[in-house]
Design a protein. Structure first.
Lengths: 244, 330
């Protein structure tokens, strides 16, 4: 546990010593706010809730989360520091989890910095803060899912741009797997049961449940499982690609 | 002497390529081992396996009696490692990096303080402690890499080309540090700078195409040179012809080479048969004939020649010709 935390601390510090952290946070806040006000017509709706705010999170994460995750392993492999890191007395698993946690905490910080939205909605009316809290938790879990996928892809390549593009594509598939385009693609050549299980993987479906304020344990388990499986694959990829 | 590192039948293959081929050796406490070989000969791969970064295809590596594949963490705690090119986190400062290493290695506050003081003083990095590593010069980066490798006072220090790319003063400093660590720790350095092996190593292992081709102390390795115990003479040009004739007639002299020739003087090299000692013979013969000689010296042989002889064959390159060597000696 302590090892995981030591690795995480270093990784988190690395985010904030590079301009990436600040660029990311500023862009995230600007886009999250902008989409809510202009596209979501938040004020015009006249409802004291943050539904339109959370509505755009999956689409924001689609591009922003791979940007956070792309450097996790690709950079280590490119600069050769992976050799330094993996010859320290820590296990690959601890490093994988530590790195992921750092990125997840970072995403959490960015998400927490949207608190003025929450303050505003509370000044304008009397929202159900329970629903808002649930939606924040759901959003953070979804970010974790996207991040774990991005970290996994990042371990495959030395090139951060490739990692970013592939991770975005993979996140898109996971996000949209409940949507008709992806569904019909599978329906043509796979059994119905498979099509349904693909639909079950949809981030969008699971997130929509949570953002309505219903924290269903199944949704939480879903996101945590995606994270678990992706990190397991991540560790396997790191082990397999060490010598290359 | 206790054996700290024991390698038995180590083999590592990447698909069809065999990077390390059945290498066995052991290293005792206090030894400084120089690992030499051409680029791509398997030096780095061997080091990466010992440090637990790569796993061997077959064979066993034991550090202090523990198998690297079964006890990776215990072994990593005992090892200090500088990977080739000293990759470090550029965004960190040397201070932050060393603190991170101390934490990961679970050093106590007291050990951390002592280790950092020691490393900082030994490598003279006190001026750059708070600058991001990416802004440092190559020499400083290398020194920071060395500092993080010795900060926990490891039993086994493994340095992959520690002086590569450093200027002569920096090389000298690193060598002084290695000499100081010698005797107390086991140090393994890989290098293709052979003077380094002569300067700091108590033992040299030559590896070519993944195979171990020599394992000796540097002096014995030098003695394998075909120029070992050759006698060099510097004399005025007018004496040269007589001298060459004389040397060729002596017992124990295989051949006589002219290594340098200027307008006024000539340098001759009498190569001994099987590297036997011929100084006495040459000296008395010259005295007898009354040949005027400005300088007379015994060639110990150069590691470079031995290195080339040992590795050329294995590498499948053409054997170095006498002409090449002669040109080198000139």
């Amino acid at each position: 546990m302590l090892n995981i935390w030591i690795v995480s601390r270093r990784e988190l510090a690395a985010y904030f010593t590079s301009p990436l952290a600040y660029v990311f946070i500023v862009i995230f806040l600007a886009l999250a706010g902008g989409l809510t006000f202009f596209f979501g017509q938040w004020l015009e709706r006249g409802q004291a809730d943050l539904q339109v705010f959370f509505l755009y999170h999956p689409y924001l994460y689609l591009f922003l989360i791979p940007a956070v995750g792309m450097r996790l392993w690709a950079e280590e492999r490119k600069s050769g520091t992976i050799e330094f890191l993996l010859t320290l007395p820590v296990t690959t698993g601890q490093i994988v989890i530590g790195k992921f946690l750092a990125a997840w905490i970072f995403a959490g910080i960015a998400l927490a910095l949207t608190f003025p939205m929450w303050v505003t909605v509370n000044m304008l009316g009397q929202p159900d803060n329970g629903i808002i809290l649930a939606a924040y938790i759901g959003s953070w879990l979804m970010a974790g899912g996207f991040l774990a996928l991005s970290a996994c892809i990042s371990a495959l390549t030395k090139n951060q741009v490739i990692a970013f593009v592939l991770a975005s594509a993979l996140c898109f598939v996971f996000m949209m797997s409940g949507v008709e385009i992806i569904q019909s693609f599978f329906r043509a050549w796979t059994p119905q049961a498979f099509v349904e299980s693909v639909a079950e993987l949809s981030f969008l479906t699971h997130f929509n449940d949570v953002s309505q304020g219903v924290i269903d344990i199944r949704d939480v388990v879903f996101f945590l499982s995606v994270i678990g499986v992706a990190l397991f694959a991540n560790a396997a990829i790191v082990e397999a690609k060490k010598g290359v | 002497m206790t054996t700290l590192l024991d390698i038995k039948g180590l083999t590592k293959t990447y698909g069809p390529i065999t990077a390390v081929d059945d290498v066995s050796f052991s290293v005792d406490q206090g030894e400084v081992l120089g690992f030499i070989g051409p680029n791509g000969s398997g030096k780095s791969t061997t080091m990466k396996i010992v440090t637990g970064f790569l796993s061997p295809t077959s064979g066993a590596v034991e550090v202090d009696g523990l198998d690297v594949t079964r006890h990776p963490l215990e072994i990593k705690r005992k090892i200090g490692y500088l990977p080739e090119g000293a990759p470090l986190y550029g965004d960190m400062t040397p201070m932050a990096l060393m603190k991170f290493v101390c934490k990961v290695r679970r050093l106590s506050a007291e050990q951390t303080r002592r280790g950092m003081d020691y490393a900082i003083e030994k490598l003279h990095i006190e001026n750059v402690l708070y600058q991001p590593i990416e802004t440092l010069s190559k020499g400083y980066k290398r020194r920071v890499g060395l500092a993080q490798a010795i900060v926990h006072e490891p039993d086994l220090l493994i340095l992959d080309e520690p002086t590569d790319g450093l200027d002569p003063n920096q090389k000298h400093e690193v060598r002084e540090l290695l000499k100081e660590m010698a005797g107390k720790k086991v140090v393994i350095i890989s290098t293709h700078i052979l003077e380094e092996v002569e300067a700091v190593c108590s033992r040299a292992i030559v590896i070519a195409k993944g195979r171990l081709v020599a394992d000796q102390d540097p002096l014995s390795l030098q003695a394998r040179s075909r120029f070992h115990n050759a006698v060099g003479l510097r004399l005025p040009v007018d004496q040269a012809e007589a001298c060459v004739g004389l040397l060729q007639s002596l017992n124990g002299v295989q051949q006589v080479r002219t290594s340098t020739r200027t307008a006024s003087m000539v340098e001759l090299l009498a190569v001994a048969i099987d590297g036997s000692e011929i100084l006495e013979t040459v000296h008395s013969a010259i005295d007898e004939k009354g040949i005027r000689v400005d300088e007379i010296f015994v060639e110990r042989g150069r590691l470079e020649d031995v290195f080339r002889d040992l590795t050329f064959e294995v590498e499948g390159l053409k054997q170095s010709t006498d002409d090449d060597l002669e040109a080198d000696h000139a």
